[in-house]
Design a protein around this ligand. Structure first.
Ligand SMILES: [Fe+2]
Ligand SMILES: [Fe+2]
Length: 472
């Protein structure tokens, strides 16, 4: 059922938009608002064109086209993964029933909420990253930043399509709101906390794409299981684009760690701040921050809302179909993290209400694989220092640990102890000022800033020295 994407249309799509004039007109009237948003809240560095990947189809091979394009002319489009006509709901009380092609009336409000929350994160990250172009360490990195930005813009399109196509007038209003809320705004902030934090430097950007985009990957993974087939197909395709964002984060941190390790070894010291790189303990602090705020994105340890979403077939588990159980979970139990009687511990709850914890733990083990990889870089450089994920209770604002303070080792602290020690574990003003002082732009072909190692590979088979971006 692959539909060829039509690039002669104003809005490239594989959903046969021209067959539904009303929907097409509604989206065409949203389009200028989106472009205004992009101009006023998107990347601030003036560019002539950027070597970008554009989604042109959803098939296994050749879904992406690469070429230099002015960002304003990027072909933001609507792409859903191919429809499987025999698809059935894989979990919950509707398990085994055919997937829904329309929104079931009783689940309308919940599904709309899920789409809005996901949709709100997409433009938020573009807003958070808008000033980074001015300090890019290389043209390669600059291009990757813009690639992430245009694709997050496309993800906004993906969610706005669902709102317009399936949720009527309320959906259209929500689509407007997605452009009115802004990251960090006093009056109309983005919905989730981590998306109102700033991304002021490139170490933050790599940590964000590693830890916070990875939360996005897990959320999309649960929505891909949805019984509402258009949502499932939308998220499936978004996940393909997300893989590149993960790569930017993973290899970005790799390269910072590798360069720091190199300077540590060459000078036989940990104290490398004055040598123009980021000290390992500062990298650890940034990691602590981005990891802990991302853990909050998974919500409380228990949630009856999420239990209801699961039972209703709206939102599944990570890799639902690979789980070896009945996919209804009505009589299952699981362990969750708790804080009770002054102790950090675990307790058993019904599996349905513990689904946030299930997803958070899938995410944590994925994050651990990044840390292992960075530690391998340190070991190969001959260093004994290691990076680590902080304890799940560290620096949390949401859930069981929101009201307490804990060290990265998981030791509970008084408010005073926390105030006295937190500068050892989270970036201080001094750390941030140092990191920012290193952020001098390198916009020359084939050159790279001194605080980061060059990448092993370029993009789409092109070398690192390629002219990925033409500045205006
Ligand atoms: Fe996204
Ligand atoms: Fe992303």
């Amino acid at each position: 059922m692959t539909m060829a994407s039509d690039y002669t249309e104003k809005i490239p799509n594989n959903v046969d938009l021209r067959e539904d004039r009303r929907l097409q007109r509604a989206l065409e009237s949203w389009q200028p608002n989106f472009l205004n948003w992009w101009e006023s809240m998107g990347p601030t560095l003036p560019t002539r064109d950027v070597y970008l990947r554009t989604a042109v189809n959803v098939g296994r091979e050749g879904w992406a086209h690469f070429g230099h394009v002015p960002m304003r002319d990027y072909r933001w489009g609507i792409f859903l993964a191919e429809r499987d006509p025999g698809r059935r709901i894989a979990f919950g009380e509707h398990k085994g029933e055919p997937a829904w092609q329309k929104v079931p009336g009783e689940y309308r409000a919940d599904l709309q909420r899920l789409v809005v929350i996901q949709g709100d994160t997409e433009p938020a990250s573009v807003e958070q990253q808008r000033n980074l172009g001015a300090t890019a360490p290389s043209l390669y990195d600059l291009r990757n930043l813009f690639q992430v930005n245009v694709e997050e813009g496309r993800h906004l399109w993906a969610m706005v399509y669902l709102l317009h196509a399936y949720f009527g007038r309320e959906g259209r209003e929500e689509a407007e709101e997605l452009l009115h809320r802004n990251s960090g705004s006093e009056d109309a902030p983005r919905i989730l906390g981590a998306f109102n934090e700033e991304t002021p430097d490139w170490l933050s950007f790599y940590m964000f794409t590693y830890f916070t985009d990875r939360d996005g990957k897990y959320q999309l993974g649960t929505l891909k299981e949805s019984g509402f087939d258009p949502l499932s197909r939308t998220c499936e395709f978004m996940l393909k684009e997300e893989a590149h964002h993960m790569m930017v984060g993973t290899t970005g941190v790799d390269r910072v760690v590798a360069r720091t390790a190199q300077v540590m070894v060459e000078n036989d010291t940990d104290d490398v701040a004055a040598l123009g790189v980021i000290p390992l303990n500062v990298i650890q602090k940034y990691l602590n921050f981005h990891y802990s705020v991302s853990l909050d994105l998974f919500g409380g340890e228990t949630s009856t809302n999420v239990a209801n979403y699961y039972t209703a077939g709206l939102k599944g588990r990570w890799l639902e179909e690979r789980r070896k159980d009945d996919h209804r979970l009505t009589s299952d139990a699981m362990m969750i993290d708790t804080f009770s009687d002054g102790e950090i511990g675990q307790t058993e709850v019904s599996a349905l209400v513990g689904l946030n914890s299930d997803l958070r733990h899938e995410y944590i083990s994925d994050c651990q694989s990044g840390v292992n990889r960075w530690n391998k870089i340190l070991a190969e450089a001959g260093l004994t220092q290691r990076l680590a994920l902080p304890h799940i209770a560290f620096n949390r604002k949401v859930g069981a640990f929101g009201a307490i303070e804990a060290s990265p080792g998981g030791e509970q602290l008084t408010a005073d102890e926390w105030q006295r020690s937190k500068g050892q574990w989270l970036p201080t003003d001094v750390d941030k000022t140092h990191v920012r002082s290193l952020m001098q732009p390198v916009h020359e072909r084939g050159k790279i800033a001194a605080w980061i190692a060059p990448p092993r590979n370029g993009i789409n088979g092109k070398p690192f020295e390629y002219d990925y971006v033409h500045l205006a």
